[in-house]
Design a protein around this ligand. Structure first.
Ligand SMILES: *Cc1c(COP(=O)(O)O)cnc(C)c1O
Length: 364
């Protein structure tokens, strides 16, 4: 078996011990004589799986008891609608448009009410987190303020959360979930598609403060599946959940805990990011594309002087067992996604290849 170093932005690398555990349990889940995939979601064995997943996540993030945890389907994208449908009580929210997914979320919200752009960095090609001065005043009276905390495509990240006063802060944390500790109480709602850093595609984790869900969805037209209130009451099982996906998330949560939790994750993630940014800052061949103050520790974006060189770099990477460094089609260039399951060893292999590539180019 040869495994490559995967720097894919998502679906992304999973911890090898988690894959092995899944393999071990695949045909006979803990003596039940069947696979977890063949089991009723209402069975006692499965109830334990979803309860454990939630309990582990609550320990990891220190989630207060006033917050509910949901494991839903439809990806992060379905929440672009779910959030306004549930939370637009006065019909007026504010969005910080810091990248592609934030813009999609804002566009979707415009279908359900008034969604104001409070700040944007689109003019700068989303190479930075927008200037947020004055945001607290703009946030007053809104149903919520929405941010995308880590911009997966552009490689930027909020280093500080905007102050929103009494207005709930809603954050898409898909690509930074579990890569650092989070102060859950700073938010009204956090959500993450699991396929980046927390599991596999098909599960979205939602952490929401109970006063935001107690009264049911803001809009009567909200589909019952999308009602946070109904899903909370049903324990994420209003219908058949993604049983296998939640099982994998639970294993990833456990793995993070065994590694020392979120502080330990952050330490390694910052170390990995520093290796790459230090190289990029000294390079004559590669250019980092995000403004230094906005740099992500999860997605590191860079490019060469020409698309031809980018292609040569990406092809050469593949020959060394380095996959997934081609950036999103919107930006071109390269992106190394260095989520929790991407080891320091993998990043060192990428850095060694980048140094070789640089030497070859400079001797031309
Ligand atoms: C990947 C991603 C999305 C889209 O996720 P889906 O699960 O494919 O809908 C949204 N937001 C962010 C920040 C992402 O990284």
């Amino acid at each position: 078996m040869t495994r490559v170093y995967s720097f894919s932005a998502g679906p992304a690398a999973l911890p090898l011990p988690v894959l092995r555990e899944i393999q071990d349990e695949l045909l006979d889940y803990q003596g039940t004589g069947m696979s977890i995939m063949e089991m009723s979601h209402r069975s006692a064995a499965y109830a334990q799986v979803i309860e454990d997943a939630e309990a582990t996540l609550r320990r990891l993030l220190g989630i207060p008891s006033s917050y509910r945890v949901l494991f839903l389907q439809g990806g992060a994208t379905l929440q672009f609608a779910g959030i306004p449908l549930n939370l637009m009580r006065t019909g007026h929210a504010g969005y910080v448009v810091s990248g592609h997914f934030a813009k999609l979320a804002w566009q979707e919200a415009c279908r359900y009410g008034q969604a104001d752009v409070l700040a944007t960095s689109e003019d700068a090609g989303f190479d930075r987190i927008p200037d947020l001065t004055g945001i607290e005043a703009k946030a007053a009276g809104l149903d919520y303020v929405y941010i995308c905390q880590n911009n997966t495509i552009f490689g930027t990240m909020f280093s500080e959360l905007p102050r929103t006063g009494a207005t709930p802060l809603v954050a898409d944390v898909s690509s930074c979930f579990l890569s650092t500790p989070l102060d859950v109480e700073r938010y009204g709602l956090i959500y993450a598609g699991a396929q980046k850093n927390a599991g596999i595609a098909g599960v979205t984790v939602i952490i929401v403060r109970d006063d935001l869900v107690d009264d049911g969805p803001a809009l009567a037209a909200c589909p019952s599946y999308m009602s946070y209130r109904r899903q909370v009451d049903a324990g994420s099982m209003m219908n058949t959940p993604n049983t296998f996906g939640i099982y994998v998330c639970g294993k990833v949560f456990r793995w993070v805990e065994e590694q020392g939790g979120l502080e330990a994750m952050e330490r390694v993630n910052r170390q990995k990011a520093a290796l790459l940014y230090n190289l990029l800052d000294q390079s004559e061949v590669f250019t980092p594309t995000a403004e230094p103050a906005s740099r992500s520790i999860a997605n590191v974006t860079f490019r060469c002087a020409t698309p031809e060189l980018d292609r040569a770099f990406i092809e050469g990477a593949r020959e060394r067992g380095i996959e997934g460094v081609k950036a999103h089609r919107l930006t071109g260039g390269m992106r190394a996604s260095i989520y929790n399951a991407v080891t320091l060893e993998a990043v060192e292999a990428l850095v060694a290849y980048m140094e070789d590539f640089e030497r070859t180019q400079r001797s031309h």
